[in-house]
Design a protein around this ligand. Sequence first.
Ligand code: EPU
Length: 334
Amino acid sequence: MVIRIPDYDITKHNTFGMTVKCNDWIEYDSIHDLPSIASEIKDKKWMHIGGGSNLLFTGDYDGYILHSRIAGIEVEMLDDRKVRVSVGAGLKFDDLIDWACTRNLWGIENLSDIPGEAGAAAVQNIGAYGVEVKDVIESVECYDVMTNAFREFKNAECAYGYRDSIFKRPENRKRYIVTGLKMILQYDGTANLDYGNLKSEVADNPTPSDVRSAVGRIRASKLPAVESVGSAGSFFKNPIVSRELYESISQDCNVPHYDVEGGVKIPAAWLIEQCGWKGSTHGGAAVWHKQPLIIVNSDGHATPNDVIELENKIIDSVRLRFGIELHPEVDHVK
Ligand code: EPU
């Protein structure tokens, strides 16, 4: 079934809670709806949305917004330790994690409580506590709006990187609609507790559900719940800088850092806090007082401009103080 609503208020479809509208909302619950939807929107302005948890609408959207309600879970035993789990793009990713943990399946428990849907998780390569969704993805199923054909991308073809994939490339954004993904989960996996203080939050011999609960406790202590305070999670990416720049900054202060391919990763939260932004407000927007990587809609009435102005002030001050360019992680939709 296809639901179409003209002049639709999408405030509830973006976790930032920006009060904006789109010209046409189209929601579908079967891949068989896609060929006719695609022929209608192909030459028009359109975008596909998931849970709207990584988006900043910079104003009303004068085009079509598509949303999938394909939310099934199918399981196939591969051997006595491994299963292939196929899910629809419209499934809430955290519902999948809950489902997997209840069945003692390992692989995605560290991603607990990240808002958003499975399709967007695969596009964005969501990550937390040392795990990225690419680690378990076998393939991503898409509809190609350009050729009117279904296509499956194997993991290696997705060109996964830090919050990045082939689906985020400008030429592919208006081409591929993710319809579902296949993941490999394990019955005999082991807990990945290497990130931060996760290990100290978990008892010996944990189950996937124990890890899920611990991640939930850590997140709740730092991150705003999107149900009560609007945000889009981390607003900025953690920058990767050259070793020379890191060394010159660390002459004056003790800089938290991680060695990664291509340089040194410095937490954007630390850079923003050093510039004095933690807890600051600008109009209805604010820098979250417990985790400055997150910009929130603090009074529920923040405008896109409040957020963008605060974003630019933060970027300017980090550049001025450290010579580091911050880049938003949140997609700005025009
Ligand atoms: N930090 C501060 N001040 C703070 C908080 C953190 O200086 O108030 C510094 C500390 O040095 C800390 C470091 O930042 O050790 C890292 O903090 P944290 O572990 O909270 O993680 P993050 O780098 O800020 C990333 C992801 C989060 C994910 C966490 C946990 C990005 C852009 N963000 O944040 O993802 O939950 O790691 O794995 O990579 C998201 O993508 O929306 C998201 C929330």
